[in-house]
Design a protein around this ligand. Structure first.
Ligand SMILES: Cc1ncc(COP(=O)(O)O)c(C=O)c1O
Length: 398
């Protein structure tokens, strides 16, 4: 193949490499903890980095490495390092570069436990975090200190879909020697490639769209080799590796990412448009809607707007609870990015531990409902929501 740059779907299907062990077509699951050596000299050469091969699965595993090749290719990066969860990936992308006294800037709108990782756990180790509204670059500028190492943010951000201009913020951070990490879980590399816009590293909760089938907890850090080598050594030295079976499932899920994302993008937009016109809905947060404050930036940096939709139902938390109780297709569960649709209530679930003042600052109200719009037939999803809204209205009387 001599085409300079292969398309996304071709890369998603072929970047794991054709030369698989024993002429296998699909990458086998190397469910082994260790690998035998031909001789003591062979073992010594492997340990010395003078021979190619595998030693022990914490140090490297062929199934996980095949997955890493695909992830790097899709994010247009040099390398990817797989972790057993998204939170482990966030820790792996930051902690090995930091020491006590360093400082972090983080978006104020993040997955709840990511906020706690920075605000509670890192703080306990003497690494403070300043949380800012990254949609306003001036806020980042003001927060930068001489000891600031990273700016970490999600765009679109969980759960309100706040959009940050990746290029503007990357340029701004680089002027002060601060590296920027984007959590690209919501968008996926199909819709947005932050590294091509200037970001230094990308992380994913691969539990979500990358795997897509809701059967794996996984994560990854993706970027330039000079950074991913540090991340990989940290992973080897501290131990959070993916099980080969999980890597296999996650690699298999990736084979259909572009096809799934086209469908998530179309269904997400259709559901957001339906809700926006609905008389019982106060507000819809979806970057694909022309009225959304992040729409212009999202249009520049995203190819599609994904399947995550947040909205406020008239009638407060009581109405939201009734809605959640009455959907039949949307499954009441946290997580997101699965082929089937999910519905949840961030203020009492994924973001329950975020202090109420911070939730309010982010626009995360008690009647905000979050949808992960799946790949079902669009009409069925809309009818399911309409029926549940009417039932909620009948009970709460909005
Ligand atoms: C945007 C985002 N980042 C990170 C995470 C953490 O990922 P994991 O649950 O795989 O550790 C999540 C989980 O929901 C998430 O939504």
């Amino acid at each position: 193949m001599n085409k300079k740059k292969l398309g996304f779907t071709t890369r998603q299907l072929h970047a794991d490499g054709h030369n698989k062990p024993l002429h296998a077509h699909a990458m086998p699951i190397f469910q082994t903890s260790t690998f035998w050596f031909d001789s003591p000299d062979h073992g010594a050469a492997l340990f010395a980095g003078e021979a190619e091969g595998h030693i022990y699965t914490r140090l490297g595993n062929p199934t996980t490495e095949a997955l890493e090749r695909v992830l790097a290719s899709l994010e247009e990066a040099e390398e990817a390092v797989v972790f057993p969860s998204g939170l482990a990936a966030i820790q792996g992308s930051t902690l090995p570069f930091m020491k006590q006294g360093d400082h972090l800037i983080s978006g104020d709108t993040l997955y709840g436990p990511s906020l706690s990782l920075f605000g509670d756990i890192f703080a306990n180790y003497g690494i403070p975090t300043t949380f800012v509204n990254t949609a306003d670059p001036d806020e980042i500028k003001k927060a930068i200190r001489p000891e600031t190492k990273f700016c970490f943010l999600e765009t679109p951000a969980n759960p309100t879909n706040k959009i940050t201009d990746i290029k503007v913020v990357s340029d701004l951070c680089h002027e002060s020697g601060v590296k920027i990490i984007i959590d690209n879980t919501y968008a996926t590399p199909y819709n947005q490639t932050p590294l091509t816009l200037g970001a230094d590293m990308v992380i994913h909760s691969a539990t979500k769209y990358l795997n897509g089938h809701g059967d794996v907890i996984g994560g990854c850090v993706i970027g330039k080799t000079e950074d991913t080598e540090v991340v990989r050594n940290y992973r080897t030295g501290t131990g959070p590796v993916s099980s080969p079976f999980d890597s296999f499932l996650y690699l298999r899920g990736l084979k259909t990412l572009s096809m799934r994302m086209e469908r998530h993008n179309a269904n997400g937009l259709a559901v957001a448009e339906f809700l926006e016109k609905h008389p019982d809905i106060d507000k819809v947060m979806y970057p694909g809607l022309p009225n959304d404050p992040g729409h212009e930036t999202a249009k520049r940096q995203m190819k599609g707007f994904s399947g995550m939709v947040a909205f406020e139902l008239k009638g407060g938390y009581e109405a939201a609870k009734e809605l959640l109780n009455n959907t039949e297709i949307f499954i009441l569960a946290v997580s997101l990015g699965t082929v089937d649709s999910l519905i949840q209530h961030p203020a009492s679930m994924t973001h329950a531990k975020v202090p109420k003042e911070l939730r309010e600052m982010q626009g995360l109200t008690d009647n905000l409902v979050r949808l992960s719009v799946g790949c079902e037939d669009t009409d069925d999803l809309i009818e399911d929501l309409e029926t549940a809204i009417q039932k909620a209205k009948a009970v709460v009387g909005v």
